[in-house]
Design a protein around this ligand. Structure first.
Ligand code: DAH
Length: 338
């Protein structure tokens, strides 16, 4: 004869097995294992049993409780699996996926990366300075007197507190020399700002790479060699470079740099790409004064400097007709450089 507990277990297992959905299964769980369920009731009844019976029935009760709990869990898992596969059945795995939009670097950034790479190979390191500058770093220290037209409010964005948006990256020459003594070999890429009439070749914000090299016996030959190497790496070995005399307050002599290359669309045309020259002694003196020493003694040290027009270089290299395209964020334009 079987024990009533075994009877109870068989009833429970049958009921669980025949449960058609989660609600029926839950009802069965409450009925048998719930606080006042029939299996739980046996727990209460245990107290009334004699010493001999107690361990035997206790063991059986445990087995029954475990068996019922395991059956419920197994059934519940079946329902969960059914639910999941029902949800998946609506998914057509043969449909094409949603592709991730692939980003790419802005043409100016690409130009910058290439340029920095070339200068790095020649031993230049990066220097940096703020876009919002004071007049001293932008003009005075660069030997540009108060009456110089570049300082005019018509040409420069001034802030109400007298500071300004730097009109060139030459400010970083001064900041670099204030920070460290010679010898010095730095490039400083960055934005510059001018109140120009905006057209296909002028924008209020544009980009430059400033270069500064200070050592003993630096000459125009060093400057020419460096920039010629740079231009040929960038535009191809057939590139011709021309230096034309010019005037900048912070260099003497001063030279404008032109390139011409058959590899380019405008193959027969000389295009201006940079200003450059030999650092003016007055610039070293201004730096010394700010430093409070004679680290940049113009009797001992000489240097060359240059400022490359990044937008111009990118326009030449990628054959871009209008500088404003760089800032318009038009994906039809940008995708061409992806
Ligand atoms: N700062 C000049 C400009 O923006 C370019 C320039 C000329 C930079 C001569 C230099 C330099 O470093 O030596 O027009």
């Amino acid at each position: 004869m079987s024990h009533p507990l075994e009877q109870l277990r068989d009833d429970a297992l049958r009921e669980i097995e025949s449960a058609r959905d989660e609600q029926t299964l839950e009802a069965a769980r409450v009925k048998y294992l719930g606080r006042s369920g029939s299996v739980s009731a046996w727990g209460e009844q245990m107290k009334t049993l004699g010493k001999d019976e107690k361990p035997i029935v206790g063991k059986l009760l445990n087995e029954v409780r475990n068996a019922v709990a395991a059956a419920i869990e197994e059934r519940a898992q079946k329902f969960r699996a059914q639910k999941e596969s029902a949800a998946l059945s609506n998914i057509d795995i043969s449909l094409p996926g949603t592709p991730d939009e692939r980003g790419s670097l802005h043409p100016l950034t690409q130009m910058l990366d290439r340029s920095i790479d070339i200068f790095r190979r020649m031993g230049f390191v990066l220097a940096d300075g703020p876009d919002i500058e004071d007049e001293w770093h932008c003009f005075d220290a660069l030997n540009t007197p108060p009456e110089h037209p570049a300082r005019n409010e018509q040409d420069t964005f001034y802030l109400p507190d007298g500071r300004l948006l730097r009109t060139h990256t030459s400010t970083v020459q001064i900041r670099a020399m204030q920070t460290a003594p010679p010898p010095m070999r730095v490039i400083a890429p960055g934005a510059a700002y001018r109140r120009d009439e905006i057209d296909a070749t002028h924008n209020a914000q544009f980009h430059q790479i400033e270069g500064l090299y200070v050592d003993e016996n630096v000459s125009v030959a060093d400057l020419k060699g460096t920039l010629e190497f740079f231009m040929r790496e960038l535009f191809g070995a057939e590139t011709q470079v021309q230096f034309r005399p010019h005037y900048f307050p912070f260099t003497e002599p001063s030279l404008e740099v032109y390139v011409k290359s058959k590899a380019l669309k405008k193959g027969e045309q000389w295009i201006e790409v940079a200003g450059s020259g030999i650092v003016h002694p007055a610039v070293f003196e201004a730096v010394n004064k700010a430093r409070g020493d004679k680290a940049y003694d113009p009797e001992k040290w000489t240097g060359y400097a240059f400022g490359l027009g990044m937008d111009r270089l990118a326009m030449i290299l990628f054959d871009i007709p209008d500088i404003r395209l760089f800032a318009q964020n038009d994906l039809r334009f940008l995708r061409q450089f992806a």
